[in-house]
Design a binder for this molecule. Structure first.
Ligand SMILES: NC(=O)c1ccc[n+]([C@@H]2O[C@H](COP(=O)([O-])OP(=O)(O)OC[C@H]3O[C@@H](n4cnc5c(N)ncnc54)[C@H](O)[C@@H]3O)[C@@H](O)[C@H]2O)c1
Length: 359
């Protein structure tokens, strides 16, 4: 299978590395070319990977390289222009998240891929995080999510706000876990160091009654990647960065030796995770009747490699990818609804002076 990569910046470089690793492992894939308009980056990539690097997608397609598939890792605002040209040329695509910058563009990509029967997999990497894969079989009926994704500021991905840059990962995961249409969105977001929203807090309520709180920041003093959720009689905590999962379950009919308020909080599915961690630290994980602390086995593996292997599997078998184009579009639709809600809040709160026009 002959693949190319469009965009060899901060993240495209990871795609280059993984495809080359798979090629060297003899897994039936060859990294044949790249597209990179920045001449210094193009020269670096050509030298490091010994492949031709073209300055535009048109040049790549004129080179007659018999390509089967490509990764698109250009800035989000260029996803549609690059992905539509590659889809029309008959390539299967892995397009970095978010699928596109607008819903019109995302719908157009979904339509083009469906009409031409091309694979279009959006790069929602966290779906392949081994911690997420370990949790999926444990899912019961999640009713309350708390997502935190905080990063230290770097001047990258500033073509989009923090919702499209970071929060989109958690939006996709929660949409997948909650399995219900969105009923209501309430959001606040502020630009801090860039002209676009750098920190956002969002409450989403689903038709099922499930509620999700999302916080995303790219101006934090620490890096956090956590998703916690509560189900009746079960609490699950995922640390995406440490690829670690903790499941606390109330197995018996009563809380046994636990103080009644803790047993009641557990039974209602609203127990404070800090309190639960304290219980674990106090050694109440094993002996406390009715309460079990579990750490599901998390398989080893780099999410990007698992994502690319899964994409190549879909290309080979022509099966629907693990993350579908429609799911990428749905995550984007929620992100855009959040942006509208943030704009309405900024208007109500008289914060419009904080925002640059058009940001
Ligand atoms: N999955 C993840 O966790 C993750 C992490 C970071 C970035 N991303 C996504 O990857 C994409 C790229 O982000 P980045 O941080 O690497 O950005 P970047 O700016 O570092 O790199 C983008 C590269 O694309 C090149 N480029 C611009 N227009 C192009 C075009 N028309 N054709 C080919 N190349 C073009 C630029 O010259 C640049 O080298 C974004 O969509 C971003 O959201 C995903």
């Amino acid at each position: 299978m002959r693949v190319a990569i469009a965009g060899t910046g901060a993240f495209g470089r990871n795609h280059l590395r993984v495809y080359r690793e798979l090629e060297q492992a003899g897994l039936g894939v060859a990294l044949v070319a790249a597209v990179e308009p920045d001449s210094a980056r193009a020269a670096d990539t050509a030298a490091k990977y010994a492949i031709p690097v073209f300055s535009s997608v048109d040049e790549l397609l004129s080179a007659d390289l018999h390509l089967n598939a490509a990764s698109v890792a250009v800035p989000t605002v260029h996803h549609h222009e690059v992905a539509s040209a590659l889809l029309d040329a008959g390539l299967d695509l892995l397009v970095e998240k978010p699928l596109a910058a607008t819903l019109v563009e995302a719908n157009d990509l979904v339509e083009r891929s469906e009409k031409s029967k091309r694979i279009l997999q959006p790069g929602h990497l966290e779906r392949f995080n081994p911690a997420v894969l370990a949790v999926q079989p444990q899912l019961r009926r999640p009713m309350f999510f708390e997502a935190h994704r905080l990063s230290i500021f770097t001047p990258r991905s500033l073509d989009v706000d923090v919702v499209l840059d970071l929060m989109i990962h958690d939006l996709d995961i929660v949409l997948t876990f909650a399995k219900s249409p969105v009923r209501e969105v309430r959001a606040v977001g502020l630009p801090i160091l860039s002209p676009k929203v750098d920190i956002a807090n969002v409450r989403v309520e689903f038709e099922s009654g499930c509620v999700a709180n999302f916080t995303a920041s790219r101006v934090s003093t620490e890096r956090v990647r956590k998703l916690r959720f509560f189900e009746p009689r079960q609490y699950v905590s995922i640390d995406y960065a440490r690829r670690d999962v903790l499941v606390i379950r109330l197995d018996g009919q009563s809380g046994g030796g636990l103080p009644p308020e803790i047993a009641a909080a557990l039974a209602s599915g609203k127990a404070d995770p800090v309190l639960l961690a304290q219980l674990a630290a106090a050694g109440l994980d094993g002996p406390a009747p009715g309460l079990s602390f579990g750490k599901p086995e998390v398989a080893p593996g780099e999410p990007l490699r698992l994502e690319i292997e899964s994409f190549l599997g879909a290309v080979r078998t022509r099966r629907e990818p693990h993350v579908t184009a429609r799911q990428g579009r749905d995550a984007l639709a929620l992100a855009l609804e959040i942006q509208s809600s943030m704009a309405a809040h900024a208007h109500r709160a008289g914060l419009l002076d904080f925002f640059e026009p058009g940001a």
